[in-house]
Design a protein around this ligand. Structure first.
Ligand code: SF4
Length: 286
């Protein structure tokens, strides 16, 4: 096989928010009390499995936690709506909150905008836990828009007061386009780009690498919103792009005829998964 070069994008893999959540979760599990994780701490199957090995139990509803457990509730890096804290208190659960500080900031802005009587438009993925949390912090005045079609369906009378925020892992370009469309329809709009710094840096670095290579591999869980976005942005450069969850999904046929291969990974992808991919690539390229 001809010589091929591998370029790894800067800022690939665990971001500071995910690293922090993972570290706190492990420390909490080691304290010895029963630990329950509401949803997935981060969107990565292998990370969640590792936590489950530390006896951290995943629940989808607080009602799944037996009464009188005297346990600890781990709140994920994506955050939760305010009522979850109240519910946990009622159940006498200790709360360990790993909500990323960037998400906390977006939640606070959502609440402030709602308090000002604004319609809170959240640009994000409707089913994502972070977006559900932002809706909760919008005090019943929030709506989620994923794309222009969603905006068309919204009643945005010119007199309406609107605030617009983003899921922390959206692309800046998409957020700016959506904000511009809202401003075309409503006069009183305040806009907060709540996209996190880690996401912006990761996306720019990935695009830069994607432009230089003839195959781009994006490593990360299919459930991970930021990995999906990364994949879309790399594909938009025109370079052949594949998202793989683990090394098992790496197809050797993709490598045929390629001279430069780029790699990036989502914020919830642990180092060990990226290393597995690199090991297989290095082996395949020999
Ligand atoms: S991607 Fe950004 S917002 Fe999400 S956990 Fe990482 S640092 Fe926090």
């Amino acid at each position: 096989m001809a010589f091929m070069e591998i370029l790894i994008a800067e800022h690939s893999g665990f971001c500071e928010g995910v690293e922090r959540a993972f570290r706190i979760a492990i420390e909490t599990a080691r304290a010895g009390k029963p630990v329950f994780m509401l949803g997935n701490l981060v969107h990565n199957k292998q990370v969640v499995e590792r936590l489950n090995n530390f006896k951290v139990k995943t629940v989808t509803e607080l009602s799944e936690i037996p009464a009188g457990t005297n346990g600890t509730l781990l709140i994920s890096a994506h955050g939760v709506p305010p009522e979850v804290y109240a519910e946990a208190k009622k159940l006498k659960l200790a709360v360990v909150d790993t909500t990323c500080p960037w998400v906390k900031k977006a939640q606070k802005i959502a609440r402030q905008l709602a308090d000002e009587g604004r319609l809170v438009i959240i640009v994000g993925d409707r089913g994502h836990p972070e977006v559900k949390s932002l809706l909760g912090w919008s005090s019943g005045q929030g709506v989620v828009v994923e794309n222009e079609a969603d905006l068309v369906g919204l009643s945005l009378a010119p007199a309406k007061k609107v605030g617009i925020i983003a899921q922390t892992t959206q692309s800046t370009e998409h957020f700016n386009n959506m904000a511009a469309s809202v401003k075309n329809k409503v006069k009183d709009v305040v806009e907060f780009d709540t996209i996190c710094g880690a996401t912006t840096k990761r996306q720019s670095a990935a695009i830069e690498i994607a432009r230089q290579v003839d195959l781009m591999l994006v490593v990360g869980d299919k459930m991970s919103a930021n990995t999906k976005r990364l994949s879309e942005l790399c594909a938009e450069t025109g370079t052949e792009t594949h998202q793989i969850q683990t090394v098992d999904e790496l197809n050797n046929d993709w490598l045929v005829g390629k001279e430069k291969i780029g790699i990036t990974a989502g914020a919830s992808t642990p180092e060990w998964i990226i290393e597995d991919v690199l090991t297989k690539l290095n082996y395949s390229l020999k």
